[in-house]
Design a protein. Structure first.
Length: 276
């Protein structure tokens, strides 16, 4: 699943291509990806809208229109959001085609069909997408050691699990939680109740550092993004522990291990991230 850094890169690539374009046609090839409203109303409302801007919140993207309405979406596990010439062949697993006034098309491709779209009118409160329940952004000034301690210090769950709680910090998933905990030197199965002030200080700093790195390392041109079909991110070769089971830690040379926490895998270095 693309996490906050990847989704932010998608926004930065697509927004300039979409700004000031009018939607001339909408073709829904699989109504399953339309969460709200009914697919026929969805297509009718979307047609003839002019795109003003594009924003991101956590792992959500939102396209904003001139009339104040908006289109929110979540890519989930395998969603790909692309802008390409409308005469290009339509690939398998394409579920939505949105034609623009410049003869380009927004295409949504999703092998597992978990991604969702919501069309919200300007006078509708967003109680549908889940964005209203999101916590602070990883790079916001509001994310401080005291914020993390206040939200988590009394929680008996592991810090690995709680980094995935989108109501605490929005946008962190399995990849970046592994990388953040390694950078902070915290064993992933450590209970939040066992963390000390020094841990909260390091954790707060490393969340910002690792997420900012993720945004930076994933930078690419629109052409590169389209060539990779919106799913070839640049971070993979540079990850320090995620997906590195059996490889040697770049810091100390110890073999990377893996455990399962809350149904999710977690890779870590047993020396750099010592168990308490």
């Amino acid at each position: 699943m693309p996490e906050m850094p990847e989704v932010e890169v998608i926004r930065r690539i697509l927004e300039p291509q979409l700004k000031d374009k009018q939607i001339t046609d909408v073709e829904i090839l699989n109504k399953q990806v339309i969460a709200y409203p009914d697919e026929n109303i969805f297509a009718e409302l979307l047609t003839k809208q002019t795109i003003r801007s594009m924003s991101r919140r956590g792992k959500y993207l939102t396209i904003h229109f001139d009339n104040g309405d908006s289109l929110a979406l979540h890519l989930r596990m395998t969603g790909q959001l692309l802008v390409m010439p409308q005469d290009m062949p339509v690939e398998k697993h394409t579920h939505l085609l949105v034609t623009l006034s410049d003869e380009m098309q927004i295409r949504y491709i999703d092998v597992r069909r978990f991604g969702r779209f919501w069309y919200l009118k300007s006078d509708e409160a967003d109680t549908l997408t889940g964005q209203d329940k999101l916590g602070t952004e990883p790079l916001d000034d509001a994310l401080t050691p005291s914020y993390l301690k206040y939200k988590l210090a009394k929680r008996k769950k592991t810090i690995k699990e709680m980094l995935h709680d989108q109501s605490i910090v929005a946008g962190i998933g399995n990849i970046y939680s592994d990388e953040i905990l390694f950078a902070a030197g915290i064993y992933p199965e450590t209970k939040c109740t066992d963390l000390e002030d020094s841990d909260w200080n390091r954790l707060s700093a490393k969340i910002k550092e690792v997420i900012a790195w993720g945004v930076d390392v994933n930078k690419m041109t629109p052409e590169e993004y389209l060539a990779g079909k919106g799913k070839e991110y640049r971070n993979i070769p540079y990850l320090r522990v995620y997906g590195r089971l059996g490889q040697h830690c770049g810091d100390c040379g110890t073999v990377i291990e893996k455990i399962t926490i809350g149904g999710r895998s977690s890779c870590f270095c047993p020396v750099c991230q010592k168990k308490l």
